[in-house]
Design a protein around this ligand. Structure first.
Ligand SMILES: NC(=O)c1ccc[n+]([C@@H]2O[C@H](COP(=O)([O-])OP(=O)(O)OC[C@H]3O[C@@H](n4cnc5c(N)ncnc54)[C@H](O)[C@@H]3O)[C@@H](O)[C@H]2O)c1
Length: 357
């Protein structure tokens, strides 16, 4: 007797899987700074409504390579985007001396209804892009109601600093003065060269002294790879600058305790020995936090003007998802999606009906 089959003998749909290269990612993002900052703003707002899942990042560390790490950022976005996924990003600082970037990454997008992964995207560019777009968004919102900064200082001048400058310039910022400071003279010179070639207006100065850079800048961008605080003198911040503390571990708790502190997500930011995490350990509480960027954008929090304002963004997986899905849609629309044929192969639960392999 023929056994009764309760399932279709052929899959009703064959899930597809695409690979999107760094070249495609970069081409898609090129010149879209304003649109991407809007995308990041709407994603923060969506995250603020609770229509997202963003568990803690998982840090894979190595006893034999303490300076290196690989971080997993799983996330799920609701709203109209409806996508799940994972960014898997390595940070190997010694890469820079070997002539390749510190960070490398992939982003996997999973289908909202089936859970099937449907794309793998090169993601170091996506990560730098969402970080820079978030920094530009924060610079805009946190300087509203005050004087627009005209003197920017880049403290740490690697790839992230370059992306942040590109996003500031691409969203209408211009500066009279651009200051640069890095422990590596080569990095400072390379960044200066980038600034000159980008045709940016404003006087460019390389500062050997960290103190001098901070004192002459009313917008300070920290993008170093420091693992613990190395800036602790409050008098450097007496002019109440806006600080984009993107590298998260540069400032001593004393600086944060005398500042207004805006984060992207409280639970995320108060972990992994970030400066806000150290400030929490130091004080035993979270009173030093002023609010989240979403609180500011939604008028729940007013940014004080009588002290430094420090934005510490932990970097949320939902931002990578939003940018990754936006790229996927653009590449698909352009007809250039590179699908891997038969990536998912075992699609019949009990094998073929006729028993053939
Ligand atoms: N918060 C986020 O969402 C987010 C996202 C991406 C990257 N980041 C962080 O941004 C930082 C920069 O990343 P990158 O890819 O540009 O790294 P990079 O290695 O390309 O550049 C870092 C630069 O900082 C300099 N530096 C290190 N210590 C310094 C110090 N004490 N003072 C001055 N300069 C110093 C280095 O010489 C180097 O030029 C990293 O800490 C990374 O973790 C944060």
């Amino acid at each position: 007797m023929t056994p009764i089959r309760t399932e279709p003998t052929e899959p009703t749909t064959r899930p597809a899987f695409a690979v999107i290269s760094g070249e495609q990612v970069q081409r898609t993002l090129q010149g879209r700074e304003k649109q991407l900052v809007e995308l990041i703003e709407s994603t923060y707002r969506l995250h603020g409504t609770g229509d997202s899942v963003n568990p803690p990042s998982y840090f894979l560390r190595f006893p034999d390579r303490p300076a290196s790490r690989i971080i997993a950022l799983p996330a799920s976005l609701g709203g109209q985007v409806r996508v799940d996924g994972l960014k898997w990003i390595s940070s190997f600082p010694a890469n820079v001396t070997a002539g390749i970037p510190r960070a490398s990454a992939v982003l996997i997008l999973n289908d909202h209804d089936t859970g099937y992964p449907f794309a793998c995207l090169e993601s170091s560019i996506i990560s730098a892009t969402r970080t820079a777009a978030s920094a530009a968004l924060a610079a805009d919102w946190l300087s509203r109601g005050g004087l627009r900064p005209l003197r920017v200082g880049f403290f740490g001048t690697g790839l992230i600093a370059r992306y942040i400058h590109t996003f500031l310039a691409g969203t209408g910022w211009s500066f009279d003065e651009i200051g640069v400071h890095d422990v590596s003279a080569d990095s400072a010179a390379g960044f200066r060269c980038y600034l000159e070639q980008s045709g940016t207006a404003g006087r460019i100065s390389v500062h050997d002294s960290a103190e001098e850079l901070v004192r002459v800048s009313d917008l300070v961008v920290f993008a170093t790879v420091a693992g613990e605080p190395h800036v602790g003198d409050l008098s450097w911040f007496a002019h109440n600058p806006l600080v984009l503390h993107v590298s998260l571990r540069d400032l001593a708790p004393e600086i944060l305790l005398a500042s207004a502190n805006i984060v992207d997500d409280v639970e995320h930011c108060l972990q992994a020995n970030t400066s806000p995490h150290l400030a929490e350990q130091f004080t035993g509480g979270r009173d030093f936090l002023t609010g989240t960027l979403d609180d500011v954008m939604s008028d729940r929090v007013t940014v004080p003007r009588d002290r430094p304002v420090v934005f510490s963004p932990f970097g949320l997986g939902v931002l990578d998802l939003a940018v990754g899905k936006w790229i996927y849609d653009e590449v698909e629309r352009s007809g250039e999606l590179q699908v891997v044929d038969n990536f998912f192969h075992e699609l019949r639960r009990y094998g073929p009906a006729d028993g053939s392999p």
